[in-house]
Ligand binder design. Sequence first.
Ligand SMILES: *Cc1c(COP(=O)(O)O)cnc(C)c1O
Length: 408
Amino acid sequence: MSHQTPAPGALDAPGGPVGALGNPPERILMLPGPSNLHPRVRQALGAPLVGHKDPYFLELMERVTAQLRCLFQTVYSATFALPATGGSGMDAALINLLEPGDAVVVGVCGFFGERMVDIAQRVGARATVVQSPWGQPLDPEDIRRALERSEAKVVAVVHGETSTGVCQPLEEIAHAARAQGALLVVDAVASLGGVSLPCDALGVDVCFSGSQKCLSAPPGLAPITLSPAAMARILGRRQRVPSFYFDLTLHARYWSTEHIYHHTAPVLNVYALHQALCLIEEEGLEARFARHRLHARAATAGLEALGLHLLPEPAHRLASVLAVLVPEGVAEAPVRDVLATEFQLDISGGLGAYAGRLWRIGIMGHSAQRRNVALLLNGLEVALRRQGYHPRPGAALEAAEAVYAGAG
Ligand SMILES: *Cc1c(COP(=O)(O)O)cnc(C)c1O
């Protein structure tokens, strides 16, 4: 045995080489992001790395751009993926569209709307905040009045408010924006690929998302699309975009057929996103939205059979995130602990004002499956019983099964 031979078991131990932490656990992710990866997406992450100027990769970028246009339901060429998480899309959209002193209307009905106000203020824009209580969507009439009063040329809203499980209807807001000649910015991080969002038909000017939610790719990319009017506003700025890295005109040129170098693309993430988008193409957008609705309905029926209530009214519920009120007398975190340690299933707690008062359950992408819904409901029933809360045994699964049966 040579002195270079590692100690027996050192390299093939479950932990791998000495010092390595070992394999990450296999978990069922029913978080409001990230969601589980399909095996094909996982495999893509292990494909050979090429350089970011390799002809293979440049061709892949063009393919991904085309796939993203289908996903956003847009024909506009300025459609690509930023090399950072969903939040970078929000930063980039507002930093590029707004200059100091510009008026902007921001719709706030939860945590991510509040973040948009924060970013607009950091840019030095004058933000008019239109609010609605957590759990309710914005009133388009409030947006219309705010646009009229402020003469803002940009309005920003969240489509799927992850903190409250509310899906914001966009038709009337888009109409109000158009009437005032304002650009509409939409945060679709939690909804794109799970809930229909036809950007061109609605008249959305900038829409951004994240790779790890309903798309079920790893976190690290922010798909984004810009209308010609949005691009024109950026090109017509008085001052240059104050961030080099998030100057969207530079990203657009990098992703266009010019491929003018801007950054070293996270090549493996783009492979994975490509596979995730292929899976979406194969499933079909409408079938995918229907799948999200089905599992959301089944999970909701089960939750209600457990005696639980969702925060938003039925008409405003987001299929991809269920916001469930923690009943009186039940401790929020211990329920999640039971799911995590005994069922290897992760859900999330509440944000901001609803910390400790909500469970948030992701019905996203590859995680949106019947077996996951069944395990979730079973796990919740067990966890609730531990706290002296006694739903009728099996009632949740029965209610979910009735939804699946009705779906034929
Ligand atoms: C998750 C989320 C974000 C932030 O995305 P990250 O990938 O965590 O940066 C922004 N907006 C909404 C609506 C989200 O759900």
